[in-house]
Design a protein around this ligand. Structure first.
Ligand SMILES: Cc1cc2nc3c(=O)[nH]c(=O)nc-3n(C[C@H](O)[C@H](O)[C@H](O)COP(=O)(O)O)c2cc1C
Length: 271
């Protein structure tokens, strides 16, 4: 009887309890780590597919009944060296991670404080562009854009018409702005406001802007300030300012500016 009592006491001892707790946490953490490693490729694939769907959507190519994989296959993805605006074969578009490239000493560059209007500190020297083509002719150019909103880095795609100036669409796929305030960037009605707006005026000055309040739209065919302006987001002026700044950064001289200049020159030659 006394022996059973003592065996029970030794089973309930502090050291036994610690061994059980440690073994249990070890097994559980191995299971969680194993699941994370196993699921990582699937997670990356899902993220890539999600971004592909956003690219199709911003280009107006996401249609019911059309397989997104087939629709995306018709888009020509190319890598651009931002400083020259030239296409390059390396790094490859597939698997390119702009955040990882930005902090890589070989692939990334630091952005000077005065140029850093998107508040991103560093960027990759290369960036992908997605071309919607009709035969040899480019119909749309889709650019990845990102920068700081009020609370978060906002990641999205900007689709431009073949002139490299007229906006076809803007859509964000990742941000953490406040629901009901900054997240109005996701509202279809606001996204629709970007269609037909222009980035640059006739002198090549970068004019695109999210203003405060509603744009006083000019009559069709008339070019005035409203050509470059998009309605503000009620109660979310700072997110709207972030959107202006990130677009201006990415279409400006530090971003896709040299590339877009080539596109515009080509469009002028063929028109
Ligand atoms: C809890 C909370 C969340 C907010 N979230 C946002 C936001 O996501 N984007 C934004 O621009 N302003 C946000 N604001 C408001 C800003 O602090 C600021 O007042 C606003 O951007 C000014 O814009 P307005 O002049 O349009 O009111 C938030 C304010 C509070 C109190």
């Amino acid at each position: 009887m006394a022996e059973t009592e003592s065996r029970k006491r030794s089973r309930d001892s502090v050291s036994n309890t610690l061994i059980v707790a440690f073994s249990l946490s070890l097994v559980c953490s191995l299971l969680v780590a194993g699941a994370a490693v196993l699921l990582k490729p699937k997670q990356l694939q899902n993220e890539a597919e999600y971004r592909q769907n956003i690219i199709l959507d911003v280009a107006g190519l996401a249609k019911p009944g059309i397989d997104p994989v087939i629709a995306f296959a018709s888009i020509d993805a190319r890598m651009v060296e931002l400083s020259t605006g030239n296409y390059v074969d390396s790094p490859a578009v597939e698997g390119f991670d702009p955040d990882a490239a930005a902090i890589d000493p070989e692939l990334g560059v630091r952005i000077t404080a005065e140029s850093d209007i998107a508040s991103i500190r560093r960027r990759a020297r290369f960036a992908p562009v997605y071309l919607v083509r009709s035969g040899d002719a480019i119909e749309q150019i889709i650019l990845p854009v990102y920068g700081s909103g009020l609370w978060s880095t906002m990641y999205g795609y900007l689709a431009l018409e073949a002139d490299g100036n007229t906006i076809r669409g803007l859509r964000f796929y990742s941000h953490a702005e406040t629901p009901g305030l900054g997240d109005q960037v996701d509202k279809p009605a606001w996204r629709e406001r970007w269609r037909g707006k222009r980035l640059f005026d006739a002198d090549g000055d970068l004019k695109v802007e999210v203003i405060r309040g509603a744009v006083a739209e000019a009559p069709a065919g008339v070019v005035d300030d409203s050509t470059y302006q998009v309605d503000g987001l009620a109660g979310a002026t700072l997110t709207g300012r972030g959107v202006t700044n990130l677009i201006r950064y990415w279409v400006g001289p530090q971003g896709f500016g040299p590339y877009l200049e080539k596109i515009r020159e080509k469009a002028e030659q063929t028109s």
